[in-house]
Design a protein around this ligand. Structure first.
Ligand code: PHE
Length: 346
């Protein structure tokens, strides 16, 4: 039995161990109950007394050698492993990627909150509605050219005698008479109707589906002054205290008089000049917000409300539009391409 060779074998095998576990396995192979060392000891039986003495000594020395070498190898390997899993506390923490609300949802919540504060109730009326609510009751009879303005998508199906065809509603104004009916034609009405609208356009400022919020206020003695005050309240709450509002004469079938609402440009603050150059966003200092006006008597009548007793105002603004104006976003399609880099900005 050549102890020197055996020792060398042990050292070679230990050197091949890359983990402390592997060194433990080797320990078992040599020092375990049925291990090599015990096998060697068993072999002594057949030797002479003299031989037994030296062999016994050698084997015990070998056992001590293996024990010590395994211990040393294991402690080195443990240290290496520990080094690998050590935490570097100076590294920045991994980013906690959490989901977030869509910018339109955030805007809907914000707008709802602004109008809730002054007693307006959030409503949702059908996206798929009858021509009756989308046009007829809004003083836009079947043959009226104004219906073309909205480029409506009609649905296949059997038209109803009174309601007409089904449409993807092109505006949230379909909620006006529905709200009057819900309240059994009894003002006061203070509604903020927020919903999806559909018009077949697709470019930097139009998507075929978009959102509008529609304000409707009907009571005794409601005037344009109330309308202007409410618009100013909204505009200053949403865009900031320094934003100004102006009304420009316009035409809608369902309001009389009608206006378009402009606000001072969020980029140049109404000066039309940015760094000595003409403001690229507005060119004039003003940006168009949307349509408004005093509810047309025919609309009140369609909702069962007497226009000689009550009056009201309504407006309809695009949510994407106001959000783009607020944050200086130049392409509406950003909202619907699902690009995480855009969504993460909110
Ligand atoms: N429905 C109009 C549109 O979509 C906006 C509007 C609403 C105008 C209410 C006046 C009153 O363009």
């Amino acid at each position: 039995m050549d102890i020197t060779t055996l020792k060398k074998t042990v050292l070679d095998e230990l050197a091949k161990c890359t983990t402390a576990d592997a060194a433990s396995d080797l320990e078992l192979i040599y020092l375990g109950r049925n291990g090599r060392v015990n096998e060697l000891l068993k072999g002594i039986k057949s030797l002479s007394l003299e031989e037994k003495k030296t062999a016994g000594k050698d084997i015990n020395a070998f056992k001590a050698f293996v024990t010590e070498e395994v211990r040393r190898a294991k402690s080195e390997l443990y240290a290496q492993e520990e080094q690998k899993i050590k935490v570097d506390v100076t590294l920045p923490p991994p980013l906690n990627k959490s989901g977030s609300l869509h910018p339109i949802t955030i805007a809907v919540n914000e707008i709802t909150g602004i109008f809730n504060k002054i007693g307006f109730i959030r409503m949702s009326y059908p996206e798929v509605d009858w021509e009756y609510y989308a046009f007829e009751v809004l003083n836009m009879p079947k043959t009226h050219a104004a219906r073309d303005d909205f480029e409506t998508t009609f649905l296949n199906g059997i038209p109803d005698k009174k309601m007409g065809k089904m449409v993807l509603t092109p505006h949230t104004s379909n909620g006006q008479v529905r709200e009057m009916e819900r309240l059994k034609s009894t003002p006061p009405i203070r509604m903020i109707n927020i919903g999806k609208c559909y018009r077949p356009n697709w470019d930097a400022t139009h998507t075929p589906m978009f959102h509008q919020f529609e304000g409707l206020c009907v009571d005794k003695g409601i005037t344009i002054a109330n309308l202007k005050g409410t618009l100013e309240y909204f505009v200053k709450s949403y865009f900031g205290e320094n934003t100004e509002v102006r009304l420009r004469p316009h035409h809608f079938q369902f309001t009389e008089p009608s206006f378009e609402v402009d606000i001072t440009c969020t980029m140049c603050k109404g000066s039309a000049v940015v760094e000595g150059k003409k403001c690229k966003i507005c060119k004039s200092g003003w940006l168009e917000l949307g349509g408004t006006g005093m509810v047309h008597p025919n609309v009140l009548k369609a909702g069962g409300i007497d226009p000689t007793i009550y009056s009201g105002w309504a407006f309809g603004f695009g949510i994407e539009r106001v959000n783009m104006m607020k944050y200086g976003i130049d392409d509406i399609r950003n909202y619907y391409t699902g690009d995480i880099r855009f969504l993460n900005l909110f």
